[in-house]
Design a binder for this molecule. Structure first.
Ligand code: IDP
Ligand code: MG
Length: 149
């Protein structure tokens, strides 16, 4: 089954949004297969955002992500990377649809509450940066037989 990497950023943790965000993915029918609260070391922030290293906003992004604990998650489900990106909403919360996480809980592109991998390939790469294989758990959710055709 498909898996993706999702992270509540320090602003989301500080604002007490972890539970709300987890609830949305649970209610959707996705399965939580890994989770931890962590202060990210610089190497993993750089690795996660390597496509943005040369961007003018990168120093500020790195400082923001390292400013407090992040809540890291692995979610599993059919087409999960694309499903989660739609639930997260546009990068700029001012343009994110109401009903999406960024659309409902954020205002500023530099404080947009949550990260989610942008493709199955990014998901595999980012899960590898943040989770050891033994930290991801294989199990069945009791509602799986009624969630899928
Ligand atoms: P994404 O998080 O929706 O995938 P990306 O373009 O990959 O968006 O950018 C990664 C993160 O970098 C964004 O979520 C946001 O925190 C930050 N970021 C992107 N563009 C800007 C900007 O113009 N100013 C400040 N921060 C930005
Ligand atoms: Mg991105």
């Amino acid at each position: 089954m498909d898996r993706t990497f999702v992270m509540v950023k320090p602003d989301g943790v500080q604002r007490g949004l972890v539970g709300e965000i987890v609830s949305r993915f649970e209610a959707k029918g996705l399965k939580l297969v890994g989770a931890k609260l962590e202060l990210l070391p610089e190497e993993r922030v750089v690795e996660q955002y390597r496509e943005h290293l040369e961007k003018p906003f990168f120093p500020g992004l790195k400082a923001y992500i390292m400013s407090g604990p992040c809540f890291l998650m692995a979610w599993e489900g059919k087409g999960v990377a694309a499903v989660v990106r739609r639930m997260v909403g546009a990068t700029n919360p001012a343009e994110a649809e109401p009903g999406s996480i960024r659309g409902d809980f954020a205002l500023d592109i530099g404080r947009n509450v949550i990260h989610a991998s942008d493709s199955p390939e990014s998901a595999a790469r980012e899960l590898g940066i943040h989770f050891a294989p033994g930290e991801l758990v294989d199990y069945s959710r009791i509602d799986e037989p009624v969630l899928y055709e």
